[in-house]
Design a binder for this molecule. Structure first.
Ligand code: FAD
Length: 548
């Protein structure tokens, strides 16, 4: 299938959906196409709904400056001023847009939005009651006249002379090859949820949306864009064995965290570092305790946990025979991930979502605006659309030449095996092995020797991929995802070796450089594809403060 569009959006999750709707608002005549690996009604981190918009600056009640002070504490100073400022500044209008679409933000008796404190300073988290949020977005997108290609994975971005002009991929059910030329491209395809292995050993048992395997990072990297923050491999203490979120929902409503000895763990605001330390130092298991709360509070917590994000939780607790009125909720450590929404990782962008490649914009978890959460996905989805539409109005379509299409087709489809052959390994087993190795060598505690072990494994895995048995197009998409995961592992290892200090608590903790060193290392480690070496090149780039 050969396509031409004004704006191509890769990924129809939170940021991609908003970008598509806003692109049509900006220019109803523009051709806007979303290419989505899953099915747009349920794809991405939202899937159903969310219980809060984590960052909202309400005029008259808080300010972007206060948010920035808070975010600087939460990120150990690793954030550029302008993108985070712009996100905070535009957060309230996003809330109003969502309200206009029927999304409910509960209010108290004084008619004020219910806001909760999860940041070091200021109450920026606003309760949201929206089990249908993803359906609403999908519906708005349809009404706006956006074209959607579901079940299609993008495997390559096309770039020439520093400009991006198209993308290639295939339908993971039918195998239909897709080549799309575009005047402007918005990457909105999330972070890398499938990085290290979860304790359960289930490949898809991750906290974040498992369809995101670092595709966006790898696509941008191989097209020549700059990326940053890959040393910050983060994890969270969440519901053990299920990896579902609950900290913000319970702790903001009076829950306590207690350790194996029944002692309450005093938290420094809602930082997870204290809980992770408790587990590392052998005072686990740790638990969330609700039994001291009044019945109506427990019911409120149950209502949110069992409806909005993942209703499966209700069945999970029923099967375990656990009633929060009496029993404790055990927390376990999730897998490690790379993310611009909950973490500090992503494609380098400015406040206009421009990447370092012309014609390529990036929004949401794929972009590095640290800890931007859903607010960032929506705000930068809007901003990406505004700028991509303006860019596209002056750009020309560049036709994709036949040779490029044939080369990618050949490269992809030659991986398919038509019959099972001896000695081949399944895609699942191979992914397991890659991610187990990431768990062994790429995540904290780190040191140079350990990271070098990872660099020994990565090229070896790439060579061994020829031994994978790929039976159908779905498995072919998983094969491609392993390549994306390996790219992320390589980027993370290089960045971690480069940063010779420890920063962001446990998430980049090096036993050979255990101290934080603001004097030398309050700086970004930026990565770029080395055209000669085929390996990442790292450079150190100053953090942009208010004046820059
Ligand atoms: C469980 C959970 C709970 C959360 N709760 C909250 C909350 O309460 N409040 C809050 O503010 N934030 C919350 N967040 C964070 C927030 O949801 C995310 O930051 C945000 O949704 C990310 O949006 P996104 O568009 O960047 O990524 P996503 O919404 O994940 O979308 C990425 C899309 O790209 C598609 N894709 C990936 N690769 C490809 C490819 N190669 N080709 C085509 N398509 C591709 C995927 O299928 C997916 O649909 C939560 C996150 C999670 C995981």
């Amino acid at each position: 299938m050969n396509l031409e569009t004004d704006i191509l959006i890769i990924g129809g999750g939170s940021a991609g959906s908003l970008a598509a709707i806003v692109a049509k608002e900006q220019n109803p005549d523009a051709k806007v196409l979303v290419i989505e690996k899953g099915e747009i009604h349920r794809s991405g981190s939202i899937a159903m709904g969310m219980d809060a918009l984590n960052i909202v600056v309400q005029p008259g009640l808080s300010t972007p400056e206060l948010y920035l002070n808070s975010a600087r504490i939460a990120t150990d100073g690793v954030l550029d001023y302008k993108p985070s400022y712009v996100m905070a500044e535009r957060s309230y209008s996003i809330l109003k847009r969502l309200e206009g679409w029927g999304i409910r933000f509960p209010k108290d008796e004084q008619d004020k939005y219910i806001s909760l404190q999860v940041h070091a300073k200021g109450k920026f988290l606003l309760e949201m009651d929206s089990p249908d949020l993803k359906l609403v977005l999908a519906e708005k997108l349809k009404e706006a006249g956006v074209q959607v290609l579901n079940r299609t994975i993008i495997t390559k971005l096309l770039e020439s002379n520093g400009k991006v002009h198209g993308a290639l991929g295939f339908n993971l059910r039918t195998g239909e090859f897709v080549a799309c030329s575009a005047k402007a491209i918005i990457l909105a395809n999330g972070g890398c949820a499938r990085f290290s292995l979860p304790n359960s050993g289930y490949l898809y048992g991750t906290f974040d949306y498992p369809g995101n395997a670092g595709d966006g990072y790898s696509l941008a990297y191989r097209a020549g864009a700059q990326l940053t923050g890959f040393e910050y491999t983060s994890c969270s203490p969440l519901i053990k064995d299920l990896n579902c979120p609950l900290l913000y929902i319970t702790l903001t409503r009076g829950a306590k965290v207690i350790n194996a000895f029944g002692e309450e763990i005093k938290l420094e605001y809602l930082s997870t570092q204290t809980m992770l330390k408790e587990l590392r130092e052998g005072r686990g298991p740790i638990f969330i305790k609700l039994s001291h709360l009044p019945e109506e509070r427990i019911q409120e917590i149950e209502r949110i946990l069992f409806t909005t994000e993942r209703p499966i939780q209700k069945r999970f607790w029923e099967n375990r025979g656990i009633d929060f009125r009496e029993e404790l909720i055990e927390l376990g450590i999730t897998e490690y991930q790379l993310c611009g929404g909950h973490g500090l990782t992503g494609i380098v962008v400015n406040e206009k979502t421009e990447t370092t490649l012309k014609g390529l914009f990036a929004a949401g978890d794929v972009a590095c605006v640290p800890l931007q959460h859903l607010t960032g996905a929506f705000v930068f989805g809007e901003i990406a659309a505004e700028n991509a539409v303006a860019y596209a109005s002056k750009a020309q379509i560049k036709e994709i030449d036949k040779a490029t299409i044939e080369a990618e087709k050949e490269q992809l489809f030659s991986i398919l095996n038509d019959k099972e052959s001896d000695g081949k390994i399944s895609v699942k087993e191979f992914e397991y092995k890659v991610r187990r190795t990431i768990s062994d060598y790429v995540v904290p505690p780190k040191n140079e020797r350990k990271l070098l072990q990872a660099l020994w494994w990565i090229p070896r895995f790439r060579k061994e991929m020829k031994n994978i048995q790929v039976n159908d197009y779905h498995e072919l998409s998983r094969f491609k995802e392993i390549q994306f995961i390996l790219d992320c592992a390589e980027l993370s290892t290089h960045a971690s070796i480069e940063r010779k200090e420890s920063r962001w608590g446990w998430f980049h903790y090096r036993t050979d450089y255990p101290e934080k060193d603001d004097k030398n290392w309050l700086i970004h480690v930026v990565l770029e594809y080395g055209k000669k070496s085929g390996e990442p090149i790292t450079t150190l780039v100053p953090i942009k403060t208010k004046g820059d």
